[in-house]
Design a binder for this molecule. Structure first.
Ligand code: MN
Length: 211
């Protein structure tokens, strides 16, 4: 992903079929090539009329929505969040994946949730509770502890003062072709392709930022 406008959709670091049999190739293609692309296009279109914001990074746009002109706040919030959340989701997939967290993140998960199974159960409950479009997240909260939260639509954890470690997109386009209406089955399958290596890096980066 390039730093600022004009944003482009960079290829995934794996094939669209790489998450088979857990997430199907067609879903991955549509999700990346159509859904994410649409957020990128809409964000570019919105910024095309505002050269003064074209040097802003995605993170700067997300963090500073209230200081943008009123008529583009909603569009920038929705589409910059849509770009970030999807890129974050794709970056946190791998197959084969380490089937459990490890390293510093694993220690923090054990401290907060007792063990991986308990974390998994709580994360799944949260992901099932999202009504309509949104995400479940593992985050580091404002006091430096792990937390599981959900966000609606394309909202991000940043305005809540939280730093993302891992997310799952639970809007139906993320799973409907393979799992139909069975979100629980999609979540179970998703746990097989969580890139814990990347999540651990996110966790370490968070503390290196001094949070
Ligand atoms: Mn999506």
């Amino acid at each position: 992903m390039n730093e600022h406008y004009k944003f482009i959709n960079t290829p995934l670091p794996y094939a669209y079929s790489a998450m088979e049999p857990y997430i199907d190739e067609k879903t991955m293609w549509l999700h990346h090539n159509r859904h994410l692309q649409t957020y990128i296009d809409n964000l570019n279109n919105t910024l095309s009329k505002y050269p003064e914001f074209q040097s802003w990074t995605l993170e700067e746009l997300i963090m500073n929505v209230p200081s943008l002109p009123k008529d583009i706040q909603t569009a920038v919030n929705h589409n910059s969040g849509g770009v970030f959340n999807h890129q974050f989701y794709f970056a946190n997939l791998a197959n084969p994946a380490p089937l459990q967290p490890f390293g510093r993140l694993n220690e923090a998960i054990k401290n907060k949730f007792c063990n991986y199974a308990s974390f998994q159960a709580q994360f799944k409950t949260a992901a099932l509770s999202v009504f309509g479009s949104g995400y479940a997240w593992l985050v580091v909260n404002a006091i430096g502890q792990l937390d599981i939260i959900t966000t609606g639509n394309q909202d991000t954890p940043f305005p809540l003062g939280m730093y993302p470690i891992l997310n799952i997109d639970v809007w139906e386009h993320a799973y409907y072709l393979k799992h139909y209406n069975l979100r629980a089955d999609y979540i179970d399958d998703w746990f097989h392709v969580v890139n814990w290596d990347n999540a651990n890096r996110n966790y370490i980066r968070c503390f290196n930022m001094g949070q």
